[in-house]
Design a protein around this ligand. Structure first.
Ligand code: CA
Length: 332
């Protein structure tokens, strides 16, 4: 396969703090020989594990970029052992446009792995992570939230994996991140995800959903900042102790966790995030908006659990993810 067209302006083998770019040639109307310039920071001190931290995989999710643009200015080479590679806004064109997907090619970065070196701009970014950045990493954390169309209780997540030892490593990292909730996450469809790419390489990988709605809160940013530092301590890159608060461990036992809209209209939540719900209980109504006086559709929980995620905008469309439930567990 051909080499990636992306050039890093940082040297991954050099000790110290380097702020630079991943330069991706992108010829276009307003810049014939132009490039997409994706910010990247490398902090390295001697030998040790490598942590790869990312945000902005989806461009309308801000908890990761806020915490990571902050972290890169805090980290000093003298205080670490090993290497930290940080890309605060992976799908940088999408991030600049405040969109989930790229305005350049429509690419949803988290559905395009392993990418292609000769593909679209977004496929080229995926390919660079697949073949250059991920192979360098021991611990990988990708900070997500719900973006403009979803909202979640703040959780860190790991997946069930075929290799129990790898799953245990990922679970330990999830618990070290120490968000208020820790979830063994069931994906709707994991094909093409960065998560899957990292896990298939045997990496210790966690993701998060730290909120959403297309903005941030002070509380959720603080969770992201504390979690990222905790991960560096957990990996032995930063000295000290992992800061621990109570985290509710959650599991998703099956596809009944998800409710998808089968109507379009005006969304009326009947319970809020973090609240318990019993099977059969009303989760939300969808009011028809074509005329007044019509009966709303009712969406009821298919299982006991707590409301972990929800559709965010006031209007909902056919097929939108309306709610996600998860079940508190003791970790067995
Ligand atoms: Ca996301």
């Amino acid at each position: 396969m051909r080499d990636s067209p992306i050039t890093a302006t940082v040297d991954f083998a050099q000790d110290g703090v380097q702020h630079g770019h991943l330069r991706l040639p992108h010829s276009r109307d307003d810049s014939a020989w132009g490039s997409v310039m994706i910010p990247i920071t490398v902090v390295k001190a001697g030998e040790g594990p490598t942590a790869l931290f990312t945000g902005g995989n989806h461009g309308d999710e801000y908890e990761g970029p806020v915490a990571l643009f902050d972290l890169v200015r805090q980290l000093r080479a003298e205080e670490i052992q090993g290497r930290v590679i940080i890309v605060p806004a992976m799908n940088y064109p999408a991030f600049l446009a405040a969109r989930r997907t790229s305005p350049v090619d429509g690419g949803n970065l988290n559905r395009l792995f392993p990418g292609r070196p000769d593909g679209s701009v977004t496929e080229k970014i995926a390919d660079y992570f697949q073949r250059v950045l991920l192979p360098m990493a021991d611990l990988v954390a990708d900070i997500h939230s719900g973006g403009k169309t979803l909202d979640f209780v703040p959780f860190a997540a790991a997946h069930r994996l075929d290799d129990p030892a790898q799953e245990a490593r990922c679970r330990a990292a999830m618990e070290a991140f120490n968000a208020p909730y820790s979830l063994m996450l069931r994906e709707i469809d994991n094909v093409g995800m960065y998560d899957t790419a990292a896990e298939e390489m045997g990496k210790t990988f966690i993701s998060t959903e730290l909120g959403g709605g297309g903005s941030v809160t002070a509380e959720r940013v603080a969770i992201a900042k504390r979690g990222l530092r905790n991960l560096l301590v957990h990996a032995g890159i930063l000295p000290g102790e992992v800061t621990r608060v109570q985290s509710v461990l959650l599991d998703m036992p099956g596809d009944d966790c998800f409710l998808f809209a089968e109507h379009r209209g005006l969304l009326e939540p009947c319970i809020d995030l973090g609240q318990p719900v019993a099977a059969g209980q009303l989760v939300a109504k969808v009011h028809p908006i074509e005329a007044s006086g019509r009966t709303p559709a009712e969406y009821r929980a298919k299982m006991d659990g707590i409301l972990t995620g929800r559709h965010f905008p006031g209007l909902i469309g056919m097929g939108d993810c309306l709610a996600m439930l998860a079940v508190p567990t003791n970790g067995d």
